[in-house]
Design a protein around this ligand. Structure first.
Ligand SMILES: NC(=O)c1ccc[n+]([C@@H]2O[C@H](COP(=O)([O-])OP(=O)(O)OC[C@H]3O[C@@H](n4cnc5c(N)ncnc54)[C@H](OP(=O)(O)O)[C@@H]3O)[C@@H](O)[C@H]2O)c1
Length: 238
């Protein structure tokens, strides 16, 4: 049995991963987001605001001691207000870090506590971003929140051994994907975002990838995690 725990499953990349994971034989999927758009006998949804740390703290991870593999995918994320620092609200900044960084760290902590003493294969996938590896003006909290998750993932793998067969951690940049997040970026104002035209061009020129193709690559990594020695991955290279 493979058990998936996936955040942000109501749309975009998370929904595509959940829908493809449902096709895997003997899988059960737990999804977490503020709205639910999947109905399936193997899919269990928790309505939760993952930027609310109290809600994350009280979240229960259903334990499957007999599972063959358990997979946590920290996917839910927001870009936040697209403005330079000095013009962003504190509320937006806190939300970005809570959702993109604190929540994945808390869930990883809970997940490892739940499964570390069992003989089960553990995979944690943190959905990162190229923006965590290259600075983009007007996205400072987003870039920093993703850079933090890259480093967190590397420390987590180091703590559990780079040669470990039973626990694999990845921080994966998905590339530029045609989702609600890209729409939000294109809806920003050119006065606020110096790269607006470039992002409008990506869409116009058909350069965005689909959530389905990214989900497929992520599930391939989950299926054969030992084939990927590096913690930091970029799906564009796979
Ligand atoms: N799209 C890209 O080009 C791109 C590029 C690099 C990295 N990424 C990363 O990929 C991941 C998925 O992004 P996406 O493009 O698929 O975005 P999306 O289409 O906007 O979907 C975001 C998902 O996160 C959930 N979510 C947002 N705020 C939440 C909250 N407060 N509590 C619980 N769930 C919340 C949303 O569900 P609800 O609204 O129902 O709660 C939704 O299911 C993110 O981590 C993003 O940073 C995306």
């Amino acid at each position: 049995m493979t058990i998936f725990y996936i955040t942000g499953t109501s749309m975009g990349i998370g929904k595509a991963i959940a829908e493809q994971a449902l096709q895997i034989e003997d899988s059960i999927i737990y999804g977490f987001s503020r709205t639910c758009s999947i109905e399936h006998e193997k899919y269990k949804h928790t309505l939760i605001d993952l930027s609310n740390i109290n809600e994350v703290n009280s979240l229960k991870i259903e334990k499957y001691p007999a599972a063959f593999k358990v997979v946590l995918i920290n996917n839910a994320g927001v870009v936040g207000e697209i403005k330079s620092i000095g013009s962003q609200t504190n509320e937006s900044i806190v939300k970005v870090f809570n959702l993109n960084t604190i929540c994945p760290v808390l869930l990883s902590n809970k997940f490892i506590q739940t499964y570390k003493d069992l003989s089960v294969s553990i995979v944690i996938i943190n959905i990162s971003s190229g923006a965590g590896r290259h600075p983009i003006e007007s996205w400072a909290p987003y870039c920093a929140s993703k850079a933090a998750i890259d480093m967190f993932s590397q420390v987590l793998q180091a703590e559990n051994g780079y040669e470990a067969n039973n626990i694999k951690i990845f921080s994966i940049a998905p590339g530029i994907v045609d989702t609600n997040m890209q729409q939000q970026i294109r809806d920003s104002k050119s006065n606020d975002f110096p790269h607006l035209e470039k992002f409008i061009g990506y869409k116009k020129d058909g350069q965005l990838t689909t959530s389905d193709s990214i989900a497929k690559k992520i599930l391939e990594i989950i299926e054969k995690p030992l084939e990927h020695p590096n913690v930091l991955l970029d799906v564009r290279n796979h």
